[in-house]
Ligand binder design. Structure first.
Ligand SMILES: Cc1cc2nc3c(=O)[nH]c(=O)nc-3n(C[C@H](O)[C@H](O)[C@H](O)COP(=O)(O)OP(=O)(O)OC[C@H]3O[C@@H](n4cnc5c(N)ncnc54)[C@H](O)[C@@H]3O)c2cc1C
Length: 384
């Protein structure tokens, strides 16, 4: 439960808004275009406590609610979405350790994760399996006090500059149902944990998403999350609720940022002897964009409040993520039209929003998969 009151929340959000305006927005275009990791911003994030944003205060984190955290993410992503990824998947890892880890795992990892001394990510996706995670092939086989991991992962964000990942493996590849053979490990970099290189991406630049391979990677049994095999799939599914609220916030932030840029441009740019914001075609776009942003915020708040209350929120988080990410794509695309030809210039910011937006429809569960989750829950909660 968060210890912060409404005034504290306001003060935290003001300090983040100040940081975003002074430090993030001015460098976004340069780092994005150079596809260069923003080390200085990471140091500032450490000072702001962002790496411990949702980690409990007893472990040195800020212990923020998901609701406050989502507002922080919207603010950051409204200027530049990519840096929010540096603390987002790190915090999903931390959340899984805090919810499912042993006391020893919490005591060892959470304090150094809260300061950013240890920065992590989540290693689920493999070349052959993304949505269908139960099809992963990476295995961990017990050998004395250790496990030996073999396999590969792909698209793992933060794995280049970070210190380790939450690693989903099969400890029993023959298990039926398949999820009963899946386990999660806290995998620190070391011999056998090979980062094969940064992937080239359309957007979400500057942040490292890498291919990994594990070749006889030896990991102590004490790193098995919760100390029990066969729980990995459920543990990661629990962590993804926070992840989806976060991606919803990133999509909403992109939508809000694109709206802000378009709103300003529409008042500055004239065509046919008047500012383009006075043309009805542009007004319709601005109105729809603003409505999408506000609707996304409400869905995010609904999901976050349920998450904070410890209530089931898979459907609400999925709805928030579906709407927030689509709002990001819609608003970035509409803003491109409002900017006309200049939208295509890399001298302007808006093209970055357009490139970054689509990822939000794919990560943390594709929007197709999320719609199946929403529909299944609708039926389950409303039996005929
Ligand atoms: C930039 C970037 C960063 C990423 N970071 C991470 C990370 O840090 N950690 C990590 O583990 N992963 C990461 N991912 C991977 C991401 O989570 C996966 O790409 C995503 O889960 C989709 O999996 P896939 O790409 O294998 O697509 P597939 O699962 O192959 O899906 C292909 C298409 O089929 C559809 N589809 C599949 N199954 C169904 C179904 N049952 N019903 C309806 N439609 C279906 C999908 O919606 C999609 O449209 C990242 C990806 C990108 C691009």
């Amino acid at each position: 439960m968060s210890q912060w009151n409404a005034d504290d929340e306001r003060a935290i959000l003001d300090s983040i808004a100040n940081w975003v305006a002074k430090e993030v927005r001015p460098v976004a275009r340069r780092f994005d275009q150079a596809d260069e990791y923003p080390h200085a911003l990471v140091e500032q994030m450490k000072e702001l406590g962002l790496f411990g944003a949702t980690i409990s205060q007893q472990y040195g984190g800020l212990g923020l609610s998901a609701s406050t955290y989502a507002k922080i993410v919207i603010e950051v992503a409204s200027a530049w979405m990519a840096p929010s990824g540096i603390f987002n998947s790190h915090l999903i890892m931390a959340s899984a350790i805090e919810r499912f880890g042993t006391e020893a795992q919490k005591a060892e990892f959470l304090p150094k994760m809260a300061t950013g001394e240890f920065r992590g990510g989540i290693g689920l996706t493999e070349p052959n399996a993304g949505s269908d995670l139960q099809a992963i092939r990476t295995t961990a086989r017990r050998e004395g006090d250790d496990y030996i991991v073999d396999g590969s992962k792909t698209w793992i964000t933060n794995s280049g500059n970070g210190h380790g990942i939450l690693l989903l493996v099969k400890t029993n590849p023959e298990a039926e149902p398949r999820h009963k053979g899946m386990s999660l490990f806290i995998a620190e970099k070391g011999p056998g944990f090979v980062v094969s290189g940064k992937m080239k991406k359309l957007g979400y630049k500057a942040i490292d998403s890498c291919e990994l391979s594990f070749q006889g990677y030896r990991i102590p049994a004490g790193r098995l999350v919760g100390g029990v095999e066969g729980k990995g799939f459920a543990q990661i599914a629990g962590g993804l609720e926070l992840g989806r609220i976060n991606v919803a916030a990133r999509g909403c932030g992109i939508a809000q940022g694109a709206l802000q840029l378009a709103l300003r441009y529409a008042q500055e740019r004239s065509a046919f002897s008047k500012p383009i914001c006075e043309h009805q075609a542009i007004q319709l776009k601005l109105a729809q964009m603003a409505t999408q942003v506000e609707a996304s915020k409400l869905l995010i708040e609904q999901a976050a409040r349920k998450y904070d209350a410890g209530e089931r929120c898979d459907m609400e988080a999925a709805m928030a993520k579906l709407h927030g990410s689509e709002a990001g794509v819609f608003c970035a695309s509409e803003a491109m039209r409002i900017f006309g030809g200049y939208s295509y210039s890399t001298e302007y910011e808006i093209e970055r929003y357009y490139r970054d937006a689509m990822l939000m429809c794919i990560g943390e569960g594709t929007n197709e998969i999320l719609q199946t989750i929403i529909a299944k829950q609708l039926v389950a909660r409303n039996p005929a």
